[in-house]
Design a binder for this molecule. Structure first.
Ligand code: SF4
Length: 203
């Protein structure tokens, strides 16, 4: 796949391959021109997992945080730049952190009001979740099936179903079952794995 840059994150085709957790973070970021700490970490590691370079990542975050007039470039450089470079192992203890898998995402404190990290299959109420899934062209029975998994606390299974169903809805002429067959090999347990699969299927 092609390299992901700050500019390509605005490409709808790239964005549509994001799992719901990453879409939610991008939405929160563009709405507020800011993300709180856990949100910054979760999205920053996801972007790193896409193979985005630290230079492109800094370009992306600088633009996102300073786009409105509320934050100056100077303030961004003083208060946030270190954090993003740190995530790439370029500051402080220089640990080359690995992108967060779903288990790590789910191990963080749940998002409070005004926060966007976490996993929507756990953190969103059923109304918001079903409206969002319906907008992804899933049928009512598919949405119910995903919501059932979420209710049983099987969040990654819910997410994998959402992936499988949207793959089916993009392949015209195929049957649209309400229960996909999910094996150990197809179970999505990492936001970057969701993205890689969704990208591969389209190219
Ligand atoms: Fe993201 Fe994983 Fe939750 Fe899917 S299951 S939305 S990839 S954290």
């Amino acid at each position: 796949a092609d390299t992901i840059t700050a500019a390509s994150l605005h490409n709808p085709e790239v964005r549509s391959a994001f799992p719901l957790c990453a879409k939610n973070l991008m939405d929160g970021l563009s709405k507020n021109n800011h993300l709180k700490f856990n949100g910054r970490q979760q999205l920053s590691f996801f972007l790193k997992g896409l193979g985005m370079s630290v230079d492109e990542a800094l370009k992306f975050w600088t633009d996102a945080f300073t786009r409105s007039t509320s934050m100056s470039l100077e303030k961004f450089n003083k208060e946030y730049r270190y954090n993003f470079r740190h995530n790439y192992g370029l500051e402080g203890n220089r640990i080359n952190y690995r992108p967060w898998d779903c288990r790590t995402v789910l191990s963080k404190p749940r998002p409070a009001r005004g926060e966007y990290h976490g996993c929507p299959y756990r953190d969103w109420n059923p109304e918001k979740l079903s409206a969002t899934l319906a907008a992804m062209n899933l049928t009512q029975s598919q949405v119910s099936s995903i919501l059932d998994s979420a209710k049983r606390n099987e969040f990654t299974l819910a997410c994998t179903k959402a992936y499988e169903f949207s793959a089916l809805s993009e392949a015209p002429g195929t049957a649209n079952p309400s229960e996909p067959l999910i094996t150990d090999q197809t179970h999505i347990t990492h936001p970057n794995l969701y993205f890689d699969r969704a990208r591969r299927r389209r190219t």
